[in-house]
Design a protein around this ligand. Structure first.
Ligand SMILES: *Cc1c(COP(=O)(O)O)cnc(C)c1O
Length: 417
């Protein structure tokens, strides 16, 4: 079965490594590439010759990373970017234009929320938000012609688990692009298999694991040149790309309409470091997802009154049934602690010994952060609520340490509250 960790352990190490020559990925740091002749230069610029043009629009190290992640996600092609936000801004600016509307399902990572609700809005792209179960509203907006539906596979930090398949089916019915941020759940969920059109990742997180490389990537399905939702009249400005590039149309759409003009391109050394992380991704994901459920259970059993752990593996969670059906191998490294007030959350965080306080997630080390006073500090009260951020909420990202030691650290810190 494709989703099992043995499958991915084989796929990833075999694809990152080479059988001959240097077996580790080669870093090609050159910003520019020489052409054989004026004729070859013309061919490279027209796309007929597939050789590197200039590193802003791609380089061979990024190319290797892109082919591995495309296979991992069951996609047709991919584009590596400078960060996860780079991937999200590439996809949204390449596919949307002034006057369009994007439908956002569920609470979002802070940067994605402000990208949509501040930056894109400044350039004339409207947005509307709804909860993961507001199917009537989703249908109403889809019927009225929204151009893109954007969602996260697991709400960060709300930990709500959406019915990706049902939302993808609605998007297919209304011929609307569905973009899923799969940062929290690589190898656990494959949105392209469920009908999504584009998957984005912040590779800074789980994919790398080492916090040594900022990066992002977008993975695309193949376009069907005769019968594709991109051929719907509402995407008229993209039809020329489908006509010219056929199955791989999403690549020139993103390269010409975002990467070329805005330059959110990945650098070769970052992509190299990301590939080092990918070699062990399946091992780490399996370990971390077993640990998260174990830590959640230990904390649920022993935390003092007034501090609550939330994770979909717990039967009290509102998404426990979906966890069991659609997230059978886990829903990523996050769990949350509700401490009631910021003061109590601060006291707990300041008493931790093993855990690192930082804004990252998906690291090999266990991390924790108070949400309201950091990532969401410039959000309105209402926007915080919508994104699942309460005043006393701590987000925890479980790492590779012994789950019993992780739980012990939180329990001893909870005594200090
Ligand atoms: C971190 C994160 C991003 C942004 O990624 P960067 O690499 O930090 O730019 C986007 N989406 C989710 C879900 C994230 O956790």
């Amino acid at each position: 079965m494709q989703y099992d960790f043995d499958y991915f352990n084989t796929l990833l190490v075999q694809n990152v490594g080479s059988k001959t020559g240097p077996i580790a990925p080669t870093v090609v740091p050159s910003a520019a590439f020489g052409y054989e002749s004026a004729e070859e230069a013309e061919g490279i610029f027209s796309g007929e010759v597939t050789k590197p043009l200039y590193a802003r629009v791609g380089n061979p190290t990024n190319g290797k990373l892109e082919s591995i992640v495309a296979k991992m996600e069951g996609g047709f092609g991919a584009i590596a970017t400078a960060s996860g936000m780079g991937a999200l801004s590439m996809v949204t600016t390449a596919l949307l234009k002034s006057g369009d509307e994007v439908l956002c399902v569920g609470g979002f990572f802070g940067g994605t929320y402000t990208l949509v609700n501040e930056t894109l809005k400044r350039f004339g792209v409207a947005n509307t938000f709804c909860g993961i179960e507001d199917f009537d509203y989703m249908e109403e907006k889809l019927a009225s012609g929204v151009k893109m539906v954007l969602m996260e596979s697991v709400g960060n930090p709300s930990l709500r688990l959406p019915d990706i398949k049902r939302i993808a089916d609605l998007c297919s019915h209304y011929e609307t692009l569905l973009v899923v941020d799969n940062t929290a759940t690589p190898l656990l969920v494959r949105p392209l298999d469920m009908g999504a059109d584009i998957v984005v990742h912040s590779s800074t997180k789980n994919m790398s694991g080492h916090s040594a490389a900022l990066g992002g990537i977008a993975v695309f399905r193949a376009v069907s040149p005769e019968n594709d939702k991109l051929l719907n009249a509402k995407y008229a400005d993209l039809h020329k790309f489908v006509k010219k590039a056929g199955k791989k149309a999403f690549i020139p759409i993103c390269k010409k309409r975002a990467i070329r003009d805005m330059g959110m391109t990945a650098n070769a050394f970052g992509s190299f470091l990301t590939m080092l992380g990918l070699e062990t991704l399946a091992l780490r994901v399996e370990r971390v997802n077993r640990s998260v459920a174990k830590v959640a259970a230990l904390l649920d059993a022993s935390l003092p009154e007034g501090i609550e752990v939330n994770h979909p593996s717990l039967s009290k969670s509102e998404d426990h049934d979906r966890y069991k059906s659609d997230f059978a191998n886990g829903c990523g490294p996050l769990l949350t602690l509700e401490c009631g007030t910021p003061e109590r959350a601060f006291r707990l965080l300041d008493a931790l010994k093993l855990v690192t306080l930082t804004a990252n997630i998906g690291d090999n080390r266990t991390l924790a952060l108070h949400m309201q006073s950091t990532i969401y500090s410039d959000f309105s009260e209402e926007d915080r609520r919508f994104n699942g951020v309460t005043d006393g909420l701590i987000r925890v990202s479980i790492g590779l340490e012994d789950p019993e030691m992780i739980a012990e650290d939180f329990l001893q810190a909870a005594e200090a509250v």
